[in-house]
Design a protein around this ligand. Structure first.
Ligand code: COI
Length: 356
């Protein structure tokens, strides 16, 4: 069926998969909502976006994304509040970060109104896919890639911007064991670690796989120059509470500017907590552990939300953290973020944006 909903041409699926959605047995990223947004960049301009049934797309085997890594993505979420209203969490922040990534990878930026309107219409159409259940949401994956078929190494002149969605609960099913990585490097100053570039994730797979084989859920990356300073974890930013102060690595060209990271820092500041964004030597974490000042450690991310860190391995020392039930800050901030997202607490910073 073809409809002309506002300015976005929409083809509604005739084979919805919604009836087979099983929230009790949901695995992250395995089930996709019925529709997707597609927009092509050609002849120096973004063309009209379209909403289509979710499904395969045709690409050139020579496309730039496959050969030279011109590919980036975003991760964001929609929540259904107690009144059944669907809201996006901080979508403008994702739009801004997507365009920062695009600039670094020589890709065209997306106009804000196209991003916002495209999302709103897509999520409105698939609103029944947004679970109304505590701890659940609709994970949204905007992404862009160089689609021109070319063999020369230069920015492509054709791109695809797409968005699809996947109902989700937590990414990590339990508190995570992490290992401080001192051999492999995720990103260096001057590189593109700050961008949500597909290549950053490809390069992380081997170190993460080796850590998994040793029984760790994730690694904590350290700086690429000395391997002395904490950077971020595989799928999230990382934070510590050291003697009552919330401490996290300062943003740099090698660290992703997480939106959950920013939200946690904002709430901590709202509550009058001392917050420090700075370099964190590994030694400081080890010393804090030995002196009983390592009070909390957790990851922050869209998919991961607030992921409690159970233990941190550094060389031969496994630093065991407090049982999760005894963690004051990470539990409080996790609860408050959820309360804002599900419309239980007020939203003083205007983070929630209705789609309908
Ligand atoms: C996210 O938190 O949205 C991420 O991008 C992490 C991961 C699923 C790749």
């Amino acid at each position: 069926m073809q409809t002309d909903q506002m300015s976005i041409s929409t083809t509604v699926t005739s084979a919805s998969k919604l009836a087979s959605l099983d929230l009790d047995n949901l695995q992250f990223g395995k089930v996709f909502a019925d529709h997707m947004l597609v927009m092509d960049y050609e002849n120096g301009a973004w063309q009209e976006p379209k909403i289509l049934p979710y499904g395969p797309i045709e690409v050139s085997p020579a496309m730039a994304a496959l050969h030279y890594g011109q590919a980036l993505f975003e991760g964001m979420k929609a929540y259904k509040n107690q009144q059944g209203q669907v809201q996006l969490f901080r979508p403008q922040a994702n739009w801004a970060r997507l365009n920062e990534s695009a600039k670094r990878l020589c890709m065209p930026e997306i106009p804000e109104e196209v991003f916002m309107e495209g999302l709103k219409q897509l999520i409105s159409l698939d609103a029944d896919w947004v679970p109304q259940r505590a701890g659940f949401s609709l994970y949204i994956r905007p992404f862009m890639f160089g689609s021109e078929g070319l063999l020369g190494v230069r920015p492509a002149d054709q791109y695809k911007f797409m968005v699809f969605c996947s109902p989700a609960s937590s990414y990590y099913a339990e508190p995570v064991r992490v290992k401080i990585e001192e051999h492999y490097t995720r990103a260096v100053e001057g590189g593109f670690g700050f961008a949500k570039a597909a290549g950053n994730y490809g390069g992380s797979l081997l170190p993460a796989k080796l850590a998994n084989e040793q029984g760790f859920h994730q690694i904590i990356w350290t700086d690429g120059r000395e391997h002395n300073y904490i950077e971020e974890s595989g799928t999230m930013n990382v934070m510590f509470v050291l003697d009552g102060t919330l401490v996290t690595p300062a943003l740099s060209t090698s660290i992703l500017a997480g939106i959950t990271r920013d939200s946690v820092l904002q709430l901590a500041r709202d509550w009058g907590m001392k917050v420090e964004e700075r370099r964190i030597p590994i030694k400081e974490i080890v010393d804090a552990y030995h002196s009983g000042k390592l009070e909390d450690a957790f990851g922050t991310g869209t998919a991961a939300t607030i992921a409690h860190i159970k233990s941190i391995m550094h060389q031969d020392l496994e630093m065991m953290l407090l049982p999760v039930a005894e963690r004051k800050f990470s539990n409080k901030v996790s609860q408050e973020l959820d309360n804002i997202r599900y419309g239980i607490s007020p939203d003083p910073h205007g983070w929630m944006v209705p789609v309908q």
